[in-house]
Ligand binder design. Sequence first.
Ligand code: CUA
Length: 228
Amino acid sequence: MSTWANLNLQDSASPLMEQLIFFHDHRLLILIMITVLVGYLMFMLFFNNYVNRFLLHGQLIEMIWTILPAIILLFIAFPSLRLLYLLDEINEPSVTLKSIGHQWYWSYEYSDFNNIEFDSYMIPTNELATDGFRLLDVDNRVVLPMNSQIRILVTAADVIHSWTIPALGVKVDGTPGRLNQTNFFINRPGLFYGQCSEICGANHSFMPIVIESVPVNYFIKWISNNNS
Ligand code: CUA
């Protein structure tokens, strides 16, 4: 979860988010190198006294400064494509969770387990516990097993919403009439907070998501208690 003045990405809790952070850092480094080089060149232009009255064209230098940036872009494009396809890969999920966006709350269905379903509302500030997180905590958390492949199916009942968990690298739009799919793998226990990220109406900011990641045997206990 993000706290004050955190300008970076959140710590990853899944292998895909780890890769996304690596890619972000890689791309940022290239960006800094280009900015420094161009900044230096532009600054130095103020102090140059070289004049060439007969300079009209320079084929070689133009070839170089066209092809070189194109090659640099490839160093961003190929890792980006690798990640894009990696994010889309589904690897034998052991749990499937369906989440449905509503104005303005999420509802969840565990279709593998006797179709357990519940709604998840944000806890209003005046009802918040002293250790609760304002605008972030919900009444019913999504409990999921750690160290397992989880498939998430996202849809919406009214307008477009987006089921987004930064620490897990998950961001899927819930669109009415469509069913979107992605998968993730949580590699530690804990609480992971997320928010809707499609502008979906007046209370868009007030439909957070909380995932409670627990060991598999705890998850089985939880799911069987809800089954009875
Ligand atoms: Cu739902 Cu924004």
